[in-house]
Design a protein around this ligand. Structure first.
Ligand code: 13P
Ligand code: 13P
Ligand code: MG
Ligand code: MG
Ligand code: MG
Length: 360
């Protein structure tokens, strides 16, 4: 039977500020998944990037399964109790609803899941980001699945040569469209380049096999107020018709600018880090991405391998820090600070009100 990989994440309280997750929350999440996941989960791994707790789960229930979603929701609720006791920052921050109603989507936590037939060897990577938004995956996904200068497999692997299909979500209108690449590359890029609004939800092989899936909810649109950034996750299947592991990691060797960072209102470089290095502290950043590699074996998560811990990403980190130095000098000026209409909150209305009689 098919296996489903479900990654569900939420910020349920920061330690300290928005920097990291308290070890007691990780312990509690492990405990709840161990106890309540019996007979439901094949396997699970609990981890964190910055202040976001990530539940990586395998099971045979398919996507959008109410039992699996409820398990994640209950886990976060349970952790929130601890976060409240420890008075962690923004305890329960991403849990926007009071009661669970069958599907965790639209309730605050981010969800990325895919169902597939486990191959004879099934390497996959779970990417997790903090201090940024779902559109942060647009550029790396384009490179992984559509750019031959990143992914040589598109040129020399007969199983990849026909290209991939990109499912793109308009996060404002909540509509999606599928582009077939390479035929529609230029159309695709019109949208992917506008990563504040459009986000790649999934990538499929031309025969319809799921290759990648991301979490694309826009929490601030749901909540109608500032509740931090969405801090998205992304799952990528690798090898044998999909990008090699190294091709999936390669886009992160050159940090790109993403929206997020301090107060969700600044552009900054997406810095690839080890799990240990995923504690954004300078100006609450810069934004981070971790990559956990697994080999699936009969539904079991063999791993994780901490992919960005490797020395080959040291220069990317160095470059990201240099970019951060440069951008920070701009202080409250664009293009470090986001344009007015993209900022998560602003004092503009109040300041305008106060000064309105002085505009002539
Ligand atoms: P190995 O010879 O180390 O298995 O490498 C194969 C490969 O294709 C790497 O991309
Ligand atoms: P988080 O979304 O990671 O909680 O970040 C919020 C923030 O305002 C950081 O400065
Ligand atoms: Mg937070
Ligand atoms: Mg976060
Ligand atoms: Mg957040």
């Amino acid at each position: 039977s098919k296996i489903t990989l479900t990654v569900i994440k939420a910020d349920i309280g920061g330690y300290v500020g928005h920097c990291s997750v308290h070890p007691e929350l990780i312990e509690e999440a492990n405990r709840v998944l161990e106890e309540n996941g019996k007979g439901l989960l094949e396997d699970y791994v609990v981890t964190h990037v910055g202040d976001d707790v990530n539940l990586i789960m395998t099971h045979r229930k398919g996507v959008d399964n109410p039992e699996i979603h409820k398990l994640a929701w209950d886990t976060f609720l349970s952790c929130t109790q601890i976060a409240k006791r420890l008075k962690l920052y923004g305890a329960g921050q991403d849990l926007l609803s009071d009661s669970f109603s069958g599907n965790i989507k639209g309730m605050g936590p981010g969800v990325a899941e895919m169902e597939f037939e486990e191959r004879p060897s099934e390497p996959l990577i779970v990417f997790m980001a903090d201090k940024t938004e779902p559109g942060a995956w647009n550029l790396p996904l384009y490179k992984m699945f559509a750019d031959p200068f990143n992914t040589i497999g598109l040129v020399i692997d007969p199983k990849m040569h026909q290209g991939f299909k990109f499912e793109v979500l308009d996060t404002m209108e909540n509509k999606k469209i599928v582009f077939s690449c390479p035929e529609e590359l230029y159309d695709l890029l019109v949208f992917l380049g506008a990563s504040n609004r459009y986000a790649v939800k999934a990538v499929y092989s031309k025969s319809g096999e799921p290759a990648a899936v991301s979490s694309t909810q826009r929490m601030n649109l749901m909540a109608g107020r500032y509740v931090g950034k969405d801090d998205p996750v992304l799952v990528v299947r690798c090898q044998s018709g999909f990008p090699a592991v190294g091709e999936a990691l390669e886009p992160f060797a050159n940090p790109h600018l993403v929206a997020g960072w301090m107060r969700g209102s600044h552009f900054g470089p997406l810095m690839p880090v080890s799990c240990k290095g995923a504690t954004p502290s300078r100006f609450d950043g810069p934004p981070r991405v971790t990559a956990l590699g697994f080999q699936l074996a009969g539904g079991k998560l063999v791993g994780p391998q901490d992919m960005f811990a490797d020395v080959s990403f040291d220069r990317a980190r160095q470059k990201a820090l240099e970019m951060a130095d440069y951008l920070r000098q701009l202080g409250p000026f664009e293009p470090h600070r986001l344009p007015l209409d993209e900022m998560e909150y602003t004092t503009l209305p109040q300041v305008m009100e106060k000064l309105k009689d002085r505009f002539e």
